[in-house]
Write a protein that binds this ligand. Structure first.
Ligand SMILES: C[C@H](O)CC(=O)C(=O)O
Ligand SMILES: [Mn+2]
Length: 352
């Protein structure tokens, strides 16, 4: 399809989804320098918060180095052109967090729910609209719902006042045809003025292909992160997305060279480990597991002597979704017990 001249908004995830692989430990200076460099490169929208959004600081999700208020307060005054967004998961973030973000100058609020639970977003979406914010409904783990099911959920969010709806591939599971089916169905069903977005993870190396498929079917907002810094094998790498868009004639307003420099000079050096498609990240995509479970599964697997890949496969089999982080250790204990019972049986059989 010829996408020449099509304008899209590229939304940077480095300082929010990228908080997952950093265990939410970015410094204020890292936030400031990366946000300023993204702004300078022409990125129009940058997300900043704990990886699990406003209010994510907790035993369940991990304690960050700084509060959301400190991160947002450090970054927002430095922005020359870019606007700042914040993610909010109802049940984790409250209306007080939303008001705090608004008061600090956050432009865009993204209210995220599991892809079958849009009804829990009503209060937050309505408040954000009342505050005149750019208000986005963000349907996570979208591979777990059909295109028709997503239409129902998207319409709910639209009816509460969301002016943009995201199809979110939290597990990096989808292939381009999955994205096309979902974005096309939602595009037909929503009001023409309601924008559509796509948030990809690169666990099956589909970040760019899925993003372009989404644009082909009517999405105009695309999420991506510098050097892919994000949960699992990371988000769609922004510097690659910008280069591909440039070659295709899709207009992003982002400088092809400057955005490469952000990745190589600022983001890669701060990675605690390479963001790549290793066997665990690939398994997230293959088995359809929530991306931010990765480090939890690695930790629990090491603690109970279970390969993290086996644990991830089991989490996928159980259909576990965001918010069930506390069940990961429980599942590891169950697998460890099963392993011990099997070993005992083998031992008994050999002895008999
Ligand atoms: C809280 C999650 O990290 C949100 C997200 O980026 C996703 O579902 O993907
Ligand atoms: Mn994500």
């Amino acid at each position: 399809m010829d996408l020449k001249g099509k304008k899209i908004i590229v939304h940077d995830m480095t300082l929010r989804d990228g908080m997952h692989p950093k265990r939410h430990q970015m410094t204020l200076d890292q936030m400031r320098s990366i946000a300023s460099a993204l702004d300078e490169a022409g990125v129009p929208l940058i997300e900043v918060t704990h990886g699990d959004g406003l209010g994510g600081s907790s035993v369940n999700y991990g304690f960050p180095l700084h509060t959301d208020e400190e991160y947002l307060g450090a970054v927002i005054p430095l922005m020359k052109k870019a606007k700042i967004s914040a993610l909010l998961l109802p049940g984790i973030g409250t209306v007080d967090h939303l008001r705090m973000a608004h008061d600090l100058g956050v432009n865009t609020i993204r209210v995220a729910t599991h892809c079958t639970e849009a009804d829990v977003s009503e209060q937050h979406i309505m408040l954000a609209r009342k505050l005149n914010m750019d208000t986005v409904g963000f349907l996570m783990m979208a591979h777990m719902n059909t295109p028709e099911g997503l239409v129902t959920q998207a319409k709910l969010m639209e009816s509460y006042g969301a002016n943009c709806i995201y199809i979110t591939d939290s597990a990096g599971y989808m292939l381009p045809d999955d994205v096309k089916a979902r974005i096309s169905a939602v595009r037909v069903a929503l009001k023409p003025e309601t924008e559509l977005g796509f948030h990809g993870h690169h666990n099956m190396a589909m970040g760019i292909a899925n993003s372009i498929a989404a644009v082909e079917c009517g999405a105009n907002r695309i999420d991506a992160a510098s050097a892919g810094l994000g949960a699992g094998a990371g988000n769609t790498p922004i510097e690659v997305l910008i280069a591909v868009c440039d070659r295709m004639g899709i207009e992003t307003g982002v400088d092809v060279w400057k955005i490469q420099d952000v990745a190589d000079d600022l983001v890669v050096p701060l990675m605690d480990f390479p963001i790549r498609i290793d066997r665990d990240a690939l398994t997230l995509g293959y088995a359809g597991v929530y991306g931010s479970f990765l480090l939890f599964a690695k930790r629990a697997g090491a603690k109970y002597g279970i390969p993290s890949r086996d644990l991830l496969v089991e989490l996928g089999r159980r259909g576990m979704v965001g918010g069930q982080e506390d069940m990961i250790e429980d599942t590891a204990m169950t697998l460890a017990k099963l392993k011990m019972q099997t070993a005992d049986k083998v031992h008994a059989a050999k002895a008999a």
